[in-house]
Design a protein. Structure first.
Lengths: 113, 115
């Protein structure tokens, strides 16, 4: 299932700098996009979501941008903190598909002190 | 903060045996889900459950799988005759609403190892 792709398996960033995580999708029927963070031995934790009719949503240090024409979204974390080191998953949902989440493969972020 | 709890954290089972994975969703949530993640692969949707019925299921969720909400608090996933390829991390999730970007809250998962 390649409907949601995260092409960067890993990202390393210095503490205080910006982390930018990217996600591409192919299904134009997706209604919402969500970002989850996952620590080892824990389940995914919801971070932020965006409607397909919006182009930006911001919550504290986290901002998600959606470029619908390019079928691309990105998550910006500013400033990055060591506690942000985790795997980040992009996920998409479609009302037509019963609102199940379709996940990308994840990007492992390492924030260096 | 309320959380989804899953037991056991690790289950080792012989191939062909039945296994039941247990989940306690967040108490006021109405929608329940199972996902799995095979090592090195994506998190995949298995099934969603609402009002004591399956609302959606994936191709993975064949006749070997079943879900049940036996009482007001537990939500279980049963695999009738396990296969080697069922080895994966299984995540339960719940939500108060469905769609609209409403977050699904995940448990910490059960690692299922089939020998």
């Amino acid at each position: 299932d390649q409907q949601v792709k995260q092409n960067s398996p890993s990202l390393s960033v210095q503490e205080g700098r910006i982390s930018i995580l990217n996600c591409d999708y192919t299904n134009s029927m997706f209604d919402y996009f969500l970002w989850y963070k996952k620590y080892p031995a824990e389940g995914p934790t919801f971070l932020i979501s965006i409607s397909s009719i919006k182009d930006k949503n911001e919550d504290g240090r986290f901002t998600v941008f959606l470029n619908k024409s390019a079928k691309h979204l990105s998550l910006h974390i500013v400033p990055s903190q060591p506690g942000d080191s985790a795997v980040y998953f992009c996920a998409a949902e479609s009302k037509a598909a019963g609102n199940k989440l379709t996940f990308g493969g994840g990007t492992r972020v390492l924030v260096k002190p | 903060e309320p959380e989804v709890t899953q037991t056991p954290s690790h289950q080792v089972t012989q191939m062909g045996q039945e296994v039941i994975l247990r989940c306690v969703p967040i108490s006021n949530h109405l929608y329940f889900y199972w996902y799995r993640q095979i090592l090195g692969q994506k998190v995949e949707f298995l099934v969603s459950f609402y009002n004591n019925e399956i609302s959606e299921k994936s191709e993975i969720f064949d006749d070997q799988f079943s879900v049940e909400r036996p009482d007001g608090s537990n939500f279980t996933l049963k695999i009738r005759s396990t296969k080697l390829e069922d080895s994966a991390m299984y995540f339960c999730a719940s939500s108060s609403l469905t769609g609209g970007g409403q977050p699904q809250h995940f448990g910490d998962g059960t690692r299922l190892s089939i020998l």
